[in-house]
Design a protein around this ligand. Structure first.
Ligand code: FES
Length: 159
């Protein structure tokens, strides 16, 4: 990704949303949709366009789990860590995923080989079928460790 890509994505997002009340969130969503993450060098430009401090924009990017500060891996795995899923084994699933992928549970991120990004999410609307997770935007319900291992292995062999 070149600085031109970042500049173009920010300029497009700002032009489309700057006039809205609370423009920061739609701009951040648009930049992430365009680039897959919000590069550090996009933050000052967004801040300047909205007359905010760089620290304010950086704070929002880092506060919301949805926003990525670095590119995602080739596969994105999101495991629900909200209450219903927690009560149905979601935390064991999360712990297993971290061990299996060699990632730390507090700051999972992306495996060193760039294969998988693991992210927490907080309710996928599948509470009745907990625990739930998403693999590359596809929902999976009633998860368990064996199903997780199968899904990750399948995705790895398809890559
Ligand atoms: S709490 Fe996990 S899907 Fe709702």
């Amino acid at each position: 990704m070149t600085p031109d890509h970042t500049f173009d994505a920010v300029a497009t997002a700002v032009a489309a949303h700057q006039h809205l009340p609370g423009a920061l969130m739609p701009i951040l969503h648009a930049v992430q949709d365009a680039l897959g993450h919000i590069p550090a060098d996009a933050v000052p430009s967004i801040a300047k366009a909205l007359n905010l401090s760089t620290a304010e924009v950086h704070g929002v990017v880092t506060y919301y789990h949805h926003f990525r500060s670095a590119p995602a891996g080739r596969q994105v795995v999101q495991i629900c860590r909200a209450e219903s899923c927690q009560s149905m084994g979601g935390e064991q699933l999360w712990a297993h995923a971290c061990v299996r992928l060699g990632l730390h549970g507090d700051h999972p991120g992306t495996t060193p080989d760039g294969a998988v990004t693991l992210e927490p999410v907080y309710c996928l609307g599948l509470c009745a079928s907990s625990p739930a997770m998403v693999v590359d935007a596809k929902l999976h319900a009633r998860m368990n460790i064996q199903k997780f291992d199968r899904l990750v292995a399948q995705a790895g062999s398809a890559a």
